[in-house]
Design a protein around this ligand. Structure first.
Ligand code: DX5
Ligand code: ZN
Length: 217
């Protein structure tokens, strides 16, 4: 049976004890780890960057899925490769030359993703979908964990799926924001391949069980 890939976002983890967090993640059925990089410009919040990711890389062999919520992310593509990122996602809203950025990410050996804010239409990706490894649909306004899921996400997933099928491409769909055990199965049925969750997992009494709740329904 096909199940979604779960990508816990460490944004809601205890930053004073990330070794413990990664021990839990290594034991879990999560295949990816979602790293939210924020610059205080593109989004109001500031999180962490390359030095932290470099240290975390020593703690796991799981896929590092970096979500860049930063202006001009093209300046740092090589740096993210050097610290061990596997999948690098930039926001559509930050890009003038998206093709060039996507090409560079792939050329230096990472998977390339593009994220869409809740107000950005999926149709804007029509002419580039065939080149993308991943499309990230934001189901909250980026910047913070613990926000309320936006319901129009289901429609956007369906539109993304249509675009991928029409382009005959293998692009994966990732959903990020407000994901929990009440919407996970519906998101997977709608076409999401990867589910990101921070607060649902890290505020749960049993994070291992929370990860399973998102994966097996
Ligand atoms: C929001 C981040 C998300 C966030 C998800 O800007 O991109 O990855 O950590 O947090 P939850 O799952 O709590 O909505
Ligand atoms: Zn994210």
């Amino acid at each position: 049976m096909k199940t979604p890939v779960i990508a816990p976002s460490i944004l809601s983890a205890d930053f004073s004890d990330l070794t413990k967090t990664f021990k839990m993640l290594n034991q879990s059925e999560a295949q990816w780890i979602h790293l939210d990089v924020m610059d205080g410009n593109f989004v109001p919040n500031i999180s962490f960057g390359m030095p932290v990711i470099k240290s975390l890389r020593k703690l796991t062999t799981k896929v590092f899925d970096a979500h860049l919520m930063i202006e001009k992310p093209e300046r740092y593509i090589h740096n993210f490769k050097l610290v061990g990122v596997d999948v690098l996602t930039v926001h559509y809203e930050t890009q003038t030359h998206l093709n060039r950025t996507v090409d560079l990410i792939k050329k230096i050996g990472m998977k390339a993703g593009v994220a869409l804010n809740p107000h950005t239409p999926v149709s804007l990706l029509k002419d580039i979908v065939a080149e993308l490894d991943l499309i990230l649909i934001m189901s909250v306004n980026p910047g913070y964990s613990g926000q309320q899921f936006i319901e129009h996400t289901y429609r956007k997933i369906a539109e993304t799926k249509d675009l991928i099928l029409a382009g005959n491409s293998k692009t994966l769909i990732e959903v990020d924001g407000g994901v929990n055990d009440t919407n996970a199965s519906k998101l997977f049925t709608a076409g999401a391949d990867i589910l990101v969750a921070a607060s649902y997992i890290f505020n749960h009494d049993n994070p291992l069980k929370a990860i399973n709740n998102l994966k097996y329904f």
